[in-house]
Design a protein around this ligand. Structure first.
Ligand code: 5AD
Ligand code: SF4
Length: 479
């Protein structure tokens, strides 16, 4: 989950805030038989990374094989994000790199996918001289046609948004996978209209995927040895799918249960929850099944009721606090994380302090924190002045990060001496003598390896020391 938004300043520390972080280049599964090769880079949220896996599957059907080396690719794709200006700047920088390759190599096709494609549409072809195709998030099935057209010299755009498309029948080609955890997209789009957010414009109306196709995908992953799935959507708690035959309606709580029942050894996570939509039914379902992780990403955005109203979040400070209380009441050990925006239009110092105090009140295990970035076309851009100076936004962000880091550290310190069930994900980044893995609360553990254990196994780890981001410990007997 740490890589949810890869323009997130908290991942690299504030110092590096202005440095563009590179998008993920997937570890590609080998395909020696393909005659044509594609290379794909992804930016933005987990949804986008999952979309790239759908794209890879569509291209594989069309005879394309994936490569990690853009120098030998016939097709270069960049799956883009529009959430903040910085995300878009990063993409433009990468396009300059691809431009160079394109100038050197005749026949190379470059395509822009995702949210930025949707936002800029045809303008992309005018602005970016060397881009051949522009494809929005609901038009990926059309990629083979568009690529074929580009090969004939036709530059193509398909940014049609759909009310139905969920790619339900497409089995994503798992790129860059550790073979242990995978994402399953359960819905697309968003109907929430938060005033700061570009997503409803780039990803269209909300629609839920066939519940049985979600369960089938989870089962398929289990058969392939996966041990963890994360159900993805912009607002998973408003998942709602009607079985066309029986007219039965499957809610998110129902879907969670269906996936949990696929295999008791398969961990189930989900993201993202909108505080207004998460129900007691979901909380009780989480409590009922040991394999549904006790972790909820519950973005607050601001701790002040006036700002929340301007953001069109549809809850206020008190309502949010009660939701947090309810979660801890039903699951005392549940970890909650958040998204926070500092310096939204007209935010005062006192209002900013209320964001700081809600971090303390909610006792978040971690947060993704951003300063407000006005996005063209959004409600806020049209209605409110972006009047908080950049230095103030950044200073407030810095304060929020400092408080969150202290809270995260305390949150982790409370776990010292405790033993947790950890799913091993692989070698730790720093040493191949250590494993890394996560517990149910989504905390990252690092611990010395033990013979006989491998990625995908569960083990028990006693916490010995912690930082604000990592738990260090030793493998122990199951308590
Ligand atoms: N400026 C800054 N942060 C934003 N987010 C969404 N839109 C903006 C914006 N215009 C943040 C929110 C959201 C997360 C995905 O990104 O916190 O939850
Ligand atoms: Fe970025 Fe939002 Fe699009 Fe994800 S849905 S890629 S976060 S703009």
């Amino acid at each position: 989950m740490a890589e949810l938004y890869n323009d997130n300043p908290t991942l690299e520390g504030l110092k590096k805030m202005d440095e563009a972080r590179q998008g993920e280049v997937f570890e590609m599964p080998a395909n020696d038989t393909a005659s044509k090769l594609f290379y794909i880079e992804s930016y933005g949220c987990q949804m986008n990374f999952n979309d790239s896996e759908v794209v890879a599957s569509i291209l594989a059907e069309d005879g394309f094989g994936p490569t990690r080396n853009m120098e030998i690719a016939d097709l270069i794709l960049i799956n883009t994000c529009s959430i903040r200006e910085k995300a878009e700047d990063t993409v433009r920088k990468r396009l300059r790199v691809f431009d160079k390759l394109k100038e050197e190599r005749k026949g190379l096709v470059v395509g822009v996918l995702g949210c930025m494609a949707e936002r800029l549409k045809k303008k992309f072809l005018e602005e970016e001289r060397l881009v051949d195709i522009v494809v929005g998030p609901d038009a990926y099935r059309d990629l083979p046609n568009l690529v074929a057209g580009a090969n004939e010299g036709d530059r193509g755009v398909n940014v049609l948004l759909s009310r139905e498309e969920t790619y339900a029948d497409i089995s994503p080609l798992r790129l860059g996978s550790n073979g242990v955890s995978a994402f399953i997209s359960i819905m697309r789009g968003c109907d929430n209209m938060c005033s700061f957010c570009v997503v409803p414009f780039t990803r269209g109306r909300e629609r839920s995927r066939n519940a049985f196709s979600v369960v089938a995908e989870a089962q398929d992953l289990v058969n392939k040895g996966y041990k963890e799935v994360t159900l993805l959507g912009q607002n998973v708690d408003s998942y709602k799918w009607e079985n066309p035959e029986t007219k039965e309606v499957v809610s998110f709580a129902n879907l969670l249960e269906m996936v949990a029942l696929v295999d008791p050894d398969l961990r189930v996570r989900f993201s993202t929850s909108h505080p207004k939509d998460i129900t007691d039914e979901v909380l009780y379902t989480m409590k009922k099944y040991e394999n549904i992780c006790e972790y909820i990403h519950l973005p607050v955005q601001s701790g002040n009721s006036r700002i929340l109203e301007k953001m069109n979040r549809t809850y206020d400070r008190e309502w949010y606090k009660q939701k947090v209380d309810r979660i801890y009441e039903i699951m005392p050990d549940c970890a909650i994380s958040s998204d926070i925006i500092t310096g939204f239009c007209s935010e005062t110092e006192e209002e900013h302090q209320e964001t700081i105090s809600i971090i303390e009140y909610s006792n978040y295990s971690m947060s993704y924190m951003f300063f407000y970035s006005e996005r063209p076309g959004t409600l806020a851009a049209r209605k409110y002045e972006d009047d908080i100076p950049l230095e103030v936004k950044k200073r407030r962000l810095n304060e929020v990060i400092r408080v969150q880091n202290a809270i995260s550290l305390k949150h982790n310190q409370k776990d010292i001496g405790k033993v947790f069930k950890v799913l091993i994900e692989g070698d730790s980044k720093k040493s191949d003598q250590d494993f890394k893995g996560r517990n149910s609360q989504n905390k990252m553990f690092v611990f010395p390896k033990q013979d006989g254990l491998k990625a995908g196994d569960y083990t028990w780890v006693k916490v010995e020391s912690v930082s604000s981001a990592t738990m260090k410990g030793q493998i122990v007997e199951q308590p």
